[in-house]
Design a protein around this ligand. Structure first.
Ligand SMILES: [Zn+2]
Length: 78
């Protein structure tokens, strides 16, 4: 897929790619130059719920920030 960089240096990640990777607005990406390639990947240690990069816990390979962990702990079973 070919994308153009706009005059502010931005590139839109195609919606299909965002859906496949579970990316949401505000999620962090690790961007690197690798042998002449520009690569982007979801930042490890991003909260699976809100996208914050300050992780305090993990469950089944997904990171959780303190606020989301607190919110989940406060949930009551119906
Ligand atoms: Zn969170």
């Amino acid at each position: 897929m070919i994308k153009r960089i706009d005059n502010l240096g931005r590139v839109v990640v195609p919606k299909g790619y965002r859906v496949m990777l579970g990316l949401k607005p505000g999620d962090a990406l690790d961007i690197q130059i690798d042998g002449g390639k520009l690569t982007m990947k979801p930042h490890k240690g991003t909260c699976a719920f809100c996208g914050k990069t300050e992780i305090c816990s993990a469950y089944m390979g997904k990171g959780l920030c303190a606020e989301c962990l607190k919110a989940i702990k406060s949930l009551q079973e119906p």
